[in-house]
Ligand binder design. Structure first.
Ligand SMILES: [Zn+2]
Length: 127
């Protein structure tokens, strides 16, 4: 039996779409605050002309902690979309267990079950 029903996946995907839109609104407003010359130097075009996907590629080179955080969130969403497309969404990438709808509602881009996430963070902290 699949862990998530299609309508649950749809709901989580819609939450991620909203978050995606919010992240890009933030990114665009950060750039809009710059003068247009700097936008063009950074992006090669003005931020109003760039699509989300074009921004995503170019932003990798931008050295700004806020933008980097936005970008990380957007990449997490991309990863989750790929897992949805592959039919792997909602499965822990470490142990394969179901992540669980409740956890995904709180954290739709979760890649790991709560147990593996704790282990992962312990390993990261110990490094
Ligand atoms: Zn796990």
């Amino acid at each position: 039996m699949p862990a998530l029903e299609q309508k649950q996946i749809d709901h989580l995907a819609a939450m991620m779409d909203e978050r995606w839109a919010r992240e890009f609104r933030e990114i665009r407003s950060l750039f809009s605050a710059m003068d247009e010359d700097r936008q063009r130097v950074t992006l090669g075009e003005s931020v109003d002309e760039a699509t989300d996907d074009a921004l995503l590629v170019k932003l990798s080179a931008v050295d700004d902690p806020v933008i980097r955080q936005n970008l990380q969130d957007v990449r997490d969403i991309l990863g989750a979309r790929q897992r949805i497309a592959a039919g792997k969404y909602g499965e822990c990438i470490d142990c394969g267990a179901d992540i669980g709808y409740e956890r995904l509602l709180a954290y739709p881009t979760a890649k790991r079950c709560i147990g593996c996430q704790r282990e992962h963070e312990k390993r990261k902290a110990g490094r």
